[in-house]
Design a protein around this ligand. Structure first.
Ligand code: FE2
Length: 363
């Protein structure tokens, strides 16, 4: 097990921490990347108030699961119209942060297809220009604020691109649970389950280390305890704070391990069956727990810190937790027949994320 843990993101956490944007952007010019409802929620005005004339450009039409068809125009406009700005602030869920990560990686031509060509090679590269990124999540789930990873979708071609470069680590993350108070129940659940998946995937992972385990176990305990209560009391500041911290801890965990089999399965479930990310990467957790259990004594011990030493009970607890949140746990529930499910798992194990799974060799 590697003993090295690295995370370069300066993180501000807590109620009211949005105000740190003012000091973090001092003497810089800034572009804001956010989601369509941010303006009606008053978030664009709050950022304008904090930044004043430093805010020189706003992109406010980020779509869920950023797709290359839409990103192309946004990217090329951004570099043509705001190429001189110093920083980008991503304010929103995983889609806003992932979109911003794509935008900050500049190509020589300013053309988006040049970036896609580089990503298609699957190798690291040094971009000719880039921007500093500050990530401000408005959901408790993505973890993208403390990782360099971004997923870009090409639904037309039924494929996805994974972006991660040294420059796509945010320089700073601001995790302010007050920004999450208006998130509706469905998104609260799906994003919370994304965080649960990040934490579990960091444990059944060949890249796990003692520090990622510490973050992951703590995140799982918090989410199992807190998410059902939060779903029943969406305006509770204490519970929003606990879930925000849990999602941040899960993000810290997988910032060092990447995700594994459940996420690898999720990509096909999202592309082929339109299942939202948080559900697509969590419905299979009881199944993947069963595939992970017994593969590695050290990994079992970490899982048993949360679930005890009986696999059947552990899976039943996880299944019951998901069902209690209204999430179905079988492939058939999503219209995927058994043969297709088996093929999907086999193919997911061969994917980049699937290979991080501790059972990838033997499964
Ligand atoms: Fe995820």
């Amino acid at each position: 097990m590697p003993g090295h843990f690295h995370n370069p993101v300066a993180t501000c956490f807590g109620s009211g921490s949005l105000q740190h944007l003012r000091t973090l952007t001092e003497a810089r010019t800034v572009a804001l990347v956010t989601f369509a409802e941010a303006r009606s929620l008053g978030l664009v005005d709050r950022v304008k108030h904090l930044l004043g004339e430093r805010l020189v450009y706003i992109i406010e039409d980020v779509q869920p699961n950023p797709d290359v068809a839409q990103l192309r125009g946004t990217y090329e406009r951004f570099w043509a119209e705001a190429g001189d700005c110093d920083m980008v602030i991503a304010l929103g869920g995983g889609s806003a942060i992932d979109t911003a990560k794509a935008l900050i990686v500049g190509t020589a031509s300013g053309q988006f297809d040049e970036l896609l060509g580089l990503l298609a090679l699957g190798e690291s590269f040094v971009p000719v220009r880039s921007k500093a990124l500050i990530a401000v999540p408005t959901t408790a789930g993505t973890g993208s604020e403390v990782t360099p990873w971004a997923t870009l979708w090409d639904t037309g071609q039924q494929k996805k691109y994974s972006l991660h470069l040294p420059c796509t680590w945010p320089v700073a993350a601001i995790v302010d649970p007050d920004l999450m108070l208006t998130v509706p129940a469905g998104v609260t659940v799906s994003t919370g389950l994304d965080a649960l998946s990040h934490a579990l995937e960091a444990i059944w992972n060949v890249n796990a280390n003692p520090l990622s385990d510490t973050f992951a176990v703590s995140a799982i305990e918090d989410i199992l305890d807190c998410l059902p209560s939060l779903r029943a009391d969406l305006g509770c500041k204490v519970l929003r704070g606990r879930m925000a911290l849990a999602a941040l801890k899960a993000g810290m965990a997988f910032s060092n391990t990447k995700t594994a089999l459940a996420h690898s399965i999720s990509y096909e479930m999202t592309l082929r069956h339109g299942v939202p990310h948080g559900i697509a990467c969590s419905f299979s957790l009881p199944l993947v727990l069963g595939l992970a259990w017994g593969r590695d004594r050290g990994r079992d011990q970490v899982l048993q810190r949360v679930f005890g030493d009986d696999l059947g009970q552990a899976q039943a607890r996880l299944r019951g937790f998901l069902h209690g949140l209204g999430v179905k746990t079988e492939f058939a529930d999503y219209g995927v027949p058994e043969a297709e499910a088996r093929a999907m798992i086999a193919s997911a194990l061969q994917g980049a994320r699937g290979k991080n799974f501790i059972g990838a060799q033997a499964a």
